[in-house]
Design a binder for this molecule. Structure first.
Ligand code: MN
Length: 327
């Protein structure tokens, strides 16, 4: 509940903030927006992450203050856990020993906190942090505004996705009034890629295949392709979304070889198609339109299994040999 969060912040002093592994725009933008909010209230606050800040977010105000840790140090009054489905998602030891405040906009989150503030109507946790800022009477400064705007922009797919609402635009408008330069933020997020990312995109897209219906598509990257592009794992982020730009493609699987014989699989869908259910069948999870899982084995077998589950979700009867794929 928002009022419980406000009361906690007002009555305590030492806080840490964390979010999920491989942080994205909402997790970092929201964590740092909360960081600047608490700092303007003269609180002691640190942002703790297991993983480093991806290149795209390195210009966010406060990105350089993020501490990389494997365990939460003692001494905090409370730990804010941003955008996590469960207490293990940040990948930090000792987090479960803290007084935890769970802040998320996914209704599927476990209620793992001592305080759980969940608002599934928010397009991004960034919206919730903006509301928290207002509820605390903190004036939205440039740092807070840029961090919240980044969260909104990335979690709505640049205001493309169905979570984009009138409230999202209203907050975005207020942030621009507070000094956010939309073109400047877009430049940092979408026009500052390393060369290897575009090279990798090309190599990955050249593996694109689809089934006989044209509704299911998949693509692959191997350690060889990554070496060819001189790509890092971070360079793979977002590639899975490209095939959805094709009108009739409804679901996409991206098979990423993260070590020999181990594939991390990202699943994406349009509209009502639920790919979280497919990820769950393989021990993974996520949300209706974005999920993932990790599978060990031979690529041809893995892709056949995953694609046939995706077809089943769409009500497609797999045809013999359809999984050889059309290019
Ligand atoms: Mn989010």
């Amino acid at each position: 509940m928002l009022s419980q969060v406000v009361e906690l912040i007002e009555s305590k002093k030492h806080f840490c903030i964390t979010s999920h592994i491989r942080p994205d725009g909402d997790s970092l933008g929201s964590s740092l927006a909360l960081y600047w909010t608490l700092k303007s209230l003269d609180k002691d606050v640190q942002v703790l992450m297991r993983d480093n800040v991806p290149h795209a977010y390195s210009e966010l105000p406060g990105a350089k203050d993020v501490l990389r840790v494997s365990s939460v140090p003692d001494g905090y009054d409370a730990a804010f856990v941003i955008e996590c489905s469960d207490i293990d998602r940040p990948g930090l030891l000792n987090l479960d020993k803290q007084f935890v405040v769970n802040i998320d906009h996914h209704s599927t989150t476990a209620l793992f906190g001592q305080i759980n503030w969940i608002d599934s109507t928010a397009s991004a946790v960034g919206e919730m942090i903006y509301n928290l800022c207002k509820a605390l009477g903190v004036s939205v400064n440039q740092q807070i505004a840029e961090c919240v705007y980044t969260a909104l922009l990335t979690d709505t797919g640049s205001f493309h996705f169905s979570n984009t609402t009138e409230r999202t635009f209203k907050i975005a408008s207020e942030l621009v009034r507070k000094g956010v330069k939309p073109a400047h933020i877009s430049q940092a997020l979408f026009y500052s890629y390393p060369y290897s990312k575009i090279k990798m995109l090309g190599l990955a897209l050249s593996t694109l295949k689809r089934d006989d219906t044209g509704r299911v598509a998949w693509l692959t990257t191997t350690s060889d392709l990554m070496a060819e592009a001189d790509a890092t794992e971070e360079d793979l982020d977002g590639i899975v979304n490209y095939p959805l730009a094709v009108g009739e493609i409804e679901v996409v699987a991206f098979f990423k070889e993260i070590s020999p014989g181990v594939f991390r699989i990202s699943l994406r869908s349009k509209g009502q198609v639920n790919v979280a259910k497919v990820a769950e069948k393989f021990g993974g999870g996520g949300h209706r339109n974005a999920s993932g899982c990790t599978i060990k084995g031979e690529l041809s077998k893995i892709s056949e299994q995953v694609v046939s589950h995706l077809q089943e979700t769409l009500g497609i009867q797999p045809l013999n040999g359809s999984l050889n794929g059309k290019s």
